[in-house]
Design a protein around this ligand. Sequence first.
Ligand SMILES: *Cc1c(COP(=O)(O)O)cnc(C)c1O
Length: 390
Amino acid sequence: MYNNKKGVNTICTHVGEVKDEQFKGAISPIYMSTSYAFEDVDVKRYPRYYNTPNQEALCKKIAALEHTQAALLFGSGMAAISHALMAFLKTGDHIVLQQTLYGGTYNFAVTQFEKYGISYSFTQGWEVSDFEEAIQGNTKAIYIETPSNPLLTITDLKGIANLCERRGLLSMIDNTFASPINQNPADFGIDVILHSATKYMGGHSDICAGAVAASQEHIDTIWHSAICFGGSLSDQTVWLLERSLKTMGLRVQAQNQNAMVLARFLREHQAVDKVYYPGLSTHPGHTIAKEQMHGFGGMLSFELNETIDPSAFLKELRLIKPSMSLAGVESTMLLPVQTSHALMSPEDRAKQGIKDGLIRFSVGIEDIADIIGDIEQAVEKAGIKMEIAE
Ligand SMILES: *Cc1c(COP(=O)(O)O)cnc(C)c1O
């Protein structure tokens, strides 16, 4: 199961291929069957049992990429997250959640847990001590997200894994922002690794999927409740995701490189007040990020200064798309205050350090000169509009 010996791009390209024994085709055939013979076979296959040929094969690739024994695929990132949470938590249990969570996960916690008698606490910050302080007698798990959305805060993976081991807790991470290319939490002892495969794994803004990677024991636990909840992924999408994953290493590498150049460019820009990127030595999480990440990722955020109206700036962009989603090969930007964090009160946003002028930037694979050129022309046009308005 472990494919640590193979290079990451070899794993992306080859591990878990379905062999085309009949025609010797170069790629995995797709099996859309929902019905499989049950006589004289070991495995009772069915899509909602998460064990069709394409699902099983792709899970091998994902497990190899995350350095775990096993994996499962789901119909969305939220299906992966909710199925995993509900597999491990029961009435009377408590979970510690990182303060800065993906909006959908936050929403799941505040709207669903109470119905099942599960209690939860959000941490005050993202230091290991913040998590330790929030632990109660009935705490079962700690749930983290690093780098986080949208300020790219960094949580110490080794510190959290050690804390969980000491206190007998399950550690869970949303590893979506890093992707398995930039961060492998299992190497630091984190138990359950969650992905929205809609993001870097898919990478082309055209499929919705989710994944969980963990030990065989944890995957078995998740499987037993996941077959009841039924959030499996269509084999058509499994097949598309396999194709996407073949280039994930190359895509993410290009995004890492572009993001680093852009973080430095924006930091020096006179229209920009602040840049948040774990690759910058000025980022508070830089030292830990360097220890636990292979690359700093394609996500960054920045604040324009008061000479530029951020909404006007976004309207003037020609190449970079204003878009809700992230991690595609195309560059996108959004204002968290108008989108991902719009439902949060201004006080809660302030508490998390999310200013009204903050822009989240999902860096694509376009040529760096074209991305920089687009930012330059948009700053100029938005700046002139501001002058006229005054
Ligand atoms: C998008 C996202 C999710 C949810 O994934 P879906 O595929 O939209 O359900 C979860 N976590 C993070 C960090 C995300 O960016």
